[in-house]
Design a binder for this molecule. Structure first.
Ligand code: ADP
Length: 546
């Protein structure tokens, strides 16, 4: 622990200060010993050696402070402890032997070498041979005098220093391994950081390059990160989102561009609650700055939660669709007056007694075609406008259905189809009789049209678990499974219907389904290709909840 702290402290120091710190205790010890033991200074022969040793250790100290060690090869600094060993040798062996105890100061350079030298062998050799050379004069003197105790005493210093070096190497071995491990980990972390930074830059570039506004929100519904396009969309719509607590200042509007969407239905709120949104269109802003956004939202899997929302600017498309609907509505509307005039006049002419049978036949064909056109114009107006009124009130469906069945009977007879009616007695529901009649008309006329080989059509109505179910069953051509999925789309027609040349434009079922929805109900179809279909209109007996 202490060694680790010391190492950290040393690492923070500048290289010269670090080296000087190693040297300082030795210089101080030598100065103290030299001053405290003035005896050898008086000896003529000892003085030059002491001065040389003194100068060498001080010179090494000065070199510690002045040489830019970090610019030199790492091991160069070891010349200092080696010079220290030399100077200790010079001073210790000067004079009459009174400074022999100075040999133990070799522990300072030995520790330094043991800690810093890379090669273990050279560490042990230096830490043994250096002190051995320091003890050599006393060792040879003891051997010369035949004094074995003195010789072994002199050998004590190198053995002691070797032991110190071995102990330090052993103690620091673990640290070195740890340091190497740390260094590797540091490098791996640095590489990972660089990689994640480059991935981050790449991701930001990709996000900014796409023409879709993208925003990631946290579980609280507040934006965490967004791309350039998202900010542009917000700026374009005049939407000033208070990214902090207050939330956005401007509400989302529904597709009619007027009705504000309730706060809990805002895409941010729904997405934050984990809901997936698939291409729903919301309007933001008003006037010429308003933008239509097609929104997709997906939750972020994982503990952090939140969601990612993508905003596609579909203003041009939404405006074009609106313009097209407006055009269709206007044209269809304009068709109605002349067609009514044509039908009225044909009616009058057909009342005449003077018509030849041939003329009558031709006029009836013209009347049927004009009726079809009027029908089509009405369908076009209805389906291109979500604003046709639906006035709900409690009414008995039975007379409505009986009336529609009677109206269809003529066409059924003409087509060679049997029409059966099975109605329960009391069929009260909250409905708009006009619109429900319109939907049943459509279902009956389809059942007749798409039964080219005759057969039976059944109009059945019953109450079932809070619903009134109006069923139109035929034994006609039926609809294949994949076409059934698209049957309620506007202008969709089955391939069989087109092949059989049965007239139609594919608007009737879309209108029926819309009428069912406006009543809080639904339209369902079950069909067996080649054997017939069953269309069921479910209307809530108590009416829609809103
Ligand atoms: P239209 O009858 O004018 O084409 P609809 O919207 O009423 O338009 O119907 C859409 C399509 O659904 C029809 O073109 C036809 O292909 C198919 N369809 C509707 N009703 C039936 C039915 N009873 N049997 C078979 N196919 C039907």
């Amino acid at each position: 622990m202490v060694v680790q702290r010391a190492q950290k402290y040393l690492q923070r120091l500048r290289s010269t200060s670090r080296v000087a710190l190693w040297q300082l205790p030795l210089v101080a010890a030598i100065v103290i010993v030299a001053v405290a033991a003035p005896g050898p200074w008086n000896s003529e022969s000892a003085r030059p050696l002491i001065i040389a040793g003194f100068l060498l250790v001080c010179g090494a100290g000065a070199a510690c402070l002045t040489v830019p060690w970090d610019r030199l090869p790492e091991q160069t600094v070891l010349v200092i402890p080696i010079a220290d060993l030399v100077s200790i040798g010079l001073i210790r062996n000067a004079g009459d032997g009174t400074l022999q105890g100075l040999g133990t100061l070799a522990v300072f350079p030995v520790i330094w070498i043991a800690v810093s030298m890379r090669s273990v062998v050279w560490t042990l050799v230096t830490c043994f041979v250096g002190p051995l050379l320091i003890s050599t004069p006393t060792l040879t003197e003891a051997v010369r005098r035949g004094f074995p105790a003195g010789a072994s005493y002199s050998l004590l210093l190198p053995v002691l220093m070797l032991t110190v070096a071995v102990a330090i190497r052993a103690a620091t071995a673990g640290l070195r391994v740890q340091e190497r491990l740390l260094r590797t980990q540091r490098e791996q972390l640095r590489a990972l950081l660089a990689e994640s930074q480059s991935t981050e830059r790449l991701l930001a570039a990709i996000l900014d390059a796409v023409n879709v506004g993208i925003v990631a929100i946290g579980p609280d519904g507040l934006p965490v990160r967004s791309n350039r396009r998202f900010k542009e969309l917000l700026a374009a719509s005049g939407w000033i989102p208070a990214m902090s607590a207050g939330g956005p200042k401007l509400a989302f509007l529904a597709q009619d561009r007027r009705t504000p969407v309730a706060r809990e239905q805002w895409p941010f709120v729904r997405a934050a609650a984990g809901e997936r949104i698939d291409g729903e269109v919301y309007w933001l802003g008003t006037g010429p700055d308003a933008v239509a956004l097609s929104i997709v939202a997906r939750p972020i899997e994982g503990p952090e939660g939140g969601a990612v929302l993508a905003f596609g600017d579909v203003t041009a498309l939404a405006t074009a669709v609106d313009d097209k609907a407006e055009l269709v509505r206007t044209v269809a509307h304009e068709f109605r007056s002349p067609l009514t005039a044509v039908l009225g006049n044909l009616d009058l002419v057909l009342e005449s007694e003077q018509l030849t049978p041939d003329d009558r036949l031709r006029l009836e064909v013209a009347e049927r075609s004009a009726e079809r056109l009027l029908h089509l114009a009405a369908d076009l107006v209805a389906s291109s406008s979500n604003a046709i009124p639906v006035r709900l009130g409690f009414a008995d469906l039975r007379p409505v259905l009986e009336g529609r069945a009677d109206a269809a009977r003529l066409a059924a007879v003409a087509a060679g189809v049997q029409l059966a009616v099975e109605l329960e007695d009391s069929l009260w529901a909250r409905i708009d009789p006009l619109r429900v009649g319109q939907a049943v008309d459509n279902l009956l006329s389809n059942a007749i049209k798409y039964s080219p080989d005759g057969g039976t059509i059944t109009l059945r109505a019953r109450r079932s678990e809070g619903w009134v179910a109006i069923e139109v069953r035929d034994s006609g051509m039926g609809i294949s499974a994949d076409e059934r999925e698209r049957i309620f789309e506007r202008f969709f027609r089955t391939s069989e219907a087109r092949r059989s040349d049965i007239p139609g434009v594919g608007l009737g079922l879309a209108l029926c389904s819309w009428i069912a929805e406006r009543h809080g109900g639904r339209l369902e179809v079950v069909s067996d290709p080649g054997r017939g279909s069953v269309f069921t209109l479910y209307l809530p007996a108590s009416g829609p909840s809103d």
